[in-house]
Design a protein around this ligand. Structure first.
Ligand code: ADP
Ligand code: ADP
Length: 230
């Protein structure tokens, strides 16, 4: 499971996260919605230490870190539990699809190069990009690039995949193909946290929805609980 306790994050004197408590069960899909600037992306980035929170406890699948007191090994262990999908894909422009996906395996030296390539081939096939392995990002559509981003996030077989507005940069006609790949990831039973503006995704796919505003969680519940008018 994932357990976040009393997480606080500021930029300068501005508090962005003001005491966030969240629990996510194994295999659960959590959607985070809320107005722009409410801290959704910051919350995701604090979970894998892309940003460092000032206070709080983050526990992911048994890897527990007090953000005020931790070792580098704690952070490495925590990061190994997460894969991240970014709004703007964050692919290496000078690497082809295959090398983008195999990069996390290469960096962590998890397996020999040949085996890492095979894993990357298989992941690209899973996201529907068979035959595109040698394409560079510039030769892929936005939807295809984001599917490479999802394959890369899965490369280390993480406990949870963190999606930060994964479809917000896409032309409307490309959103569906990315949402479909996300549904496939969900069917594998993978735990997912998705910051999204796609209300249909939050309503139909998420097990639970959190509504954030101004650095707080102001409401949470099942989609039925949150989206049914009283
Ligand atoms: P959301 O994802 O809900 O739109 P963010 O987490 O991206 O919100 O941002 C929350 C607030 O933190 C915004 O006011 C934003 O301007 C601010 N912020 C985000 N990143 C930084 C940063 N690196 N430095 C200073 N302020 C930041
Ligand atoms: P440092 O330079 O402090 O050791 P890095 O930011 O380079 O830390 O990351 C260490 C490891 O964590 C690398 O193997 C990197 O690939 C991995 N990593 C970093 N950010 C992420 C992320 N968002 N998702 C998955 N793995 C990540």
């Amino acid at each position: 499971m994932i357990k976040i306790q009393n997480l606080h994050k500021s930029y300068g004197n501005t508090a962005i996260l003001k005491g966030i408590d969240v629990e996510v069960k194994d295999g659960e899909v959590l959607a985070i919605i809320g107005p722009s600037g409410s801290g959704k992306s910051t919350l995701l980035r604090c979970l894998n230490f892309l940003e460092k929170a000032e206070k709080g406890i983050i526990e992911i699948d048994g890897a527990k870190v007090n953000v005020e007191q931790y070792t580098k090994a704690d952070v490495v262990q925590l990061r190994s539990k997460t894969g991240m999908v970014f709004q703007n894909y964050n692919l290496f422009k000078n690497k082809n699809a295959l090398h983008n996906v195999s990069e996390p395996l290469r960096l962590t030296k998890k397996m020999p190069k040949k085996q890492a390539e095979q894993v990357a081939y298989d992941l690209l096939a899973e996201v529907g990009l068979k035959g595109k392995e040698l394409n560079y990002p510039v030769a892929l559509s936005g939807g295809q690039q984001q599917r490479v981003g999802i394959a890369r996030a899965l490369a280390l077989n993480p406990y949870v995949v963190l999606f930060d507005e994964p479809t917000s940069s896409l032309d409307p006609e490309l959103v569906e193909e990315v949402l479909n790949v996300m549904k496939d990831v969900m069917k594998q039973g993978r735990t997912m946290i998705v910051v999204t503006h796609e209300m249909e995704f939050a309503k139909e796919v998420a097990d639970r929805v959190i509504f954030m505003a101004d650095g707080y969680i102001v409401e949470q519940g099942t989609p039925e609980e949150l989206f049914t008018n009283p």
